[in-house]
Design a protein. Structure first.
Length: 404
């Protein structure tokens, strides 16, 4: 200045030369994830200098094109790609308010631009391009139990193990994550089977009682094999439910089954055991189902009979003739089976019968426990051995002597 003061100003500017691309990362949704609810998508970004903006493009790959999200209309009807500004700050960006469609797959792509206007051009899966499936409860899986299916069963245990089998299904792109099974006593104490102790101990709650089944190829066909201590004559609720990858559960499938591993009992009523008869106009017997506990009895729809002559050749009755043994009379042509009794049809009773000869009748019943019924063996103590005697007795007068 005029006073001789000097002032020097450094006017050299500072400039950063930057050609590196920034990266915008996606945290939610995860790549390959499944969601039943997704209110907010979010992520981060990184750059060697500084990120300026974040843009997003979202494609509904389950819908026909144009299928990119238009944020102005909240609809997937824009041509792809269709980038729009993210919300929040660049280091922790978000976006909310998207209406997703159930059982559709989406690709979320995030793109960063830095302060030097370098724009991200690489979008790697699990970083800046994540595919996910949106699945709601309306697209939940379905499950069914295929074994046991009958209301009473004799084969709930095989080799000491209970084998429960079933199927499960779901519409793609959703995927089943697991099938769960639980078993409960249908009566008495109503205890759940405890997968930990392998007993009905009253400890397992309804939720703790669920245990995961297994599969060979996929969940479309599943099994559960475990040591369930079924009691012969007891009734059980066997339940199954499937869970998808988004956490949605199917409707629980329930089958109620009685464990019946005991054969029924049949008996010959007439002719009675150790009896003497002089005519055979009918042959009848009784029947009753049995279980180990005596409870939850089933039915005896099938009774078979063997009628044997205890002397002479060709000793067994076929229903029309005597022939070699064994011969078995079966319903309905030869035997009539009622609710608590059975009879040999009148036209199929044995003839001829030899007076003074012993005969033996034995019966076998089969109950209605699936898959083939419990079968009573022939030859039980409830059979009948009797003597057929059609000869009248002979009497004589010893005294006085005739003509005396």
């Amino acid at each position: 200045d005029y006073a001789g003061n000097n002032w020097t100003r450094n006017q050299t500017p500072t400039v950063t030369y930057d050609t590196s691309e920034p990266t915008a990362g996606i945290q939610v949704p995860t790549h390959g994830g499944f969601y039943s609810a997704l209110a907010t998508i979010s992520g981060t970004s990184v750059d060697n200098v500084g990120v300026s903006t974040i843009a997003l493009s979202i494609q509904d790959i389950s819908a026909a094109a144009p299928n990119c999200y238009a944020y102005t209309s909240n609809a997937f009807n824009a041509a792809c790609p269709n980038f729009f500004p993210a919300q929040g700050v660049v280091g922790a960006w978000t976006f909310t308010g998207i209406t997703w469609t159930g059982n559709h797959q989406y690709i979320v792509t995030s793109r960063a631009t830095d302060q030097a206007t370098n724009e991200q051009s690489t979008f790697n899966p699990s970083t800046s391009s994540n595919t996910f499936t949106y699945a709601t409860g309306t697209e939940a899986p379905v499950v069914a139990i295929t074994n046991p299916t009958a209301d009473r069963h004799k084969d709930l245990l095989s080799g000491g193990l209970s084998t429960i089998a079933g199927t499960a299904a779901i519409n793609a792109p959703n995927v089943i994550s697991r099938v769960l099974v639980r078993i409960r006593e249908s009566e008495g104490l109503f205890y759940y089977w405890n997968p930990g102790s392998l007993t009905f101990d009253g400890v397992a709650s309804a939720e703790v009682a669920w245990t995961t089944a297994t599969y060979t190829s996929n969940w479309t066909s599943w099994t559960l094999s475990s040591g369930v201590p079924y009691v012969d004559g007891s009734k059980y609720d066997i339940e199954a439910r499937a869970r998808d990858m988004a956490g949605n559960f199917s409707v629980t499938f329930t089958t109620v089954v009685v464990y019946d591993a005991t054969a029924p009992e049949t008996a010959v009523g007439f002719p009675a055991n150790n009896s003497f008869i002089n005519a055979l106009s009918m042959t009848t017997g009784t029947l009753v189902d049995k279980t180990g506990s005596g409870a939850n009895l089933g039915k005896v729809p099938d009774v078979q009979v063997q009628f044997k002559r205890l002397s002479g050749a060709g000793s067994c009755w076929t229903g029309v003739a005597w022939a070699g043994c064994p011969q078995t009379l079966i319903p309905p042509n030869l035997i009539k089976v009622w609710q608590t009794s059975w009879t040999i049809n009148t036209g199929n009773l044995p003839t001829p019968m030899t007076s003074g000869t012993s005969y033996y009748i034995t019966s076998s019943g089969t109950d209605n426990a699936a898959p083939t019924g419990n079968v009573e063996g022939f030859g039980s103590v409830r059979g009948s051995t009797f003597i057929y005697n059609a000869d009248p007795p002979v009497s004589s007068i010893a005294a006085p002597l005739s003509g005396a």
